[in-house]
Design a protein around this ligand. Sequence first.
Ligand SMILES: Nc1ncnc2c1ncn2[C@@H]1O[C@H](COP(=O)(O)OP(=O)(O)O)[C@@H](O)[C@H]1O
Ligand SMILES: [Mg+2]
Length: 259
Amino acid sequence: MSRIISVANQKGGVGKTTTAVNISSILAKRGKKVMLIDADPQGNASSGLGLEKDAENSLYDVLINDVDIESTLQDTDIKKLKVCPSNMSLAGAEVELVSQMSREQRLKEKIDVIKDEYDFIIIDCPPSLGLITLNAFTASDSVLIPVQCEYFALEGLGQLLNTINLVKKHLNKNLEIEGAVLTMYDMRTNLSNQVVKEVKRYFDDKVYKTVIPRNIKLSEAPSYGMPITLYDGKSKGARAYEKLTKEILKNDEIRNNQE
Ligand SMILES: Nc1ncnc2c1ncn2[C@@H]1O[C@H](COP(=O)(O)OP(=O)(O)O)[C@@H](O)[C@H]1O
Ligand SMILES: [Mg+2]
């Protein structure tokens, strides 16, 4: 059974891409077959894994030109991890989709055909709640929400949860919250501790025990085109993402046993 997870928060710079790239890489290193879909026109997940942005086919062609996901996939340095890349052209898709039939279902239709070949499909969402994100939510089993430890961390989360509920009601009744993960935690500041408490109150048992620390290695790795496990597997950042991935796998196991 495959699990399709959107990594989303309409705020930019909260750690979506860092989380999507690193959990995808760690799942693949642990032997899972993983597809990472870069759904942000910025293409940071693609470049963060060392892929060229001028790929012949990208997510844009999947959404607009009826190209199969399979033909966009690029290999990475991790054998079991494949990427559907994106680039600036995807920004146009947000506009072009508006006038199309079943415009929220495009990605789901494409993923449905190949999902059984993967254990995990991770979608790195753009910093908005537009049609690309709606496509991601419609195609997903769940949403993983990175929350940055900063002032106003909770700002916008109501709108995000509202969107998830609307998708549940109209487009994908099975959509769940996978979990919220606190990112860029700085243990030296009181603020971080305060945010952790607030987020735990807000999401209740849906917050991961693992908190991702602010770690310079995590921010350096993408410029070398590497996930943290390849760039510095012993760093605090790498260990934190290993722990988070274990939690995700554990929850998956519990869920599968219940079914
Ligand atoms: N835990 C972390 N420690 C230090 N820097 C981080 C951490 N997580 C993300 N960053 C950096 O912060 C910036 C924003 O992160 P990113 O994952 O791109 O966020 P988003 O995808 O939500 O916009 C990037 O430069 C990234 O390298
Ligand atoms: Mg991003």
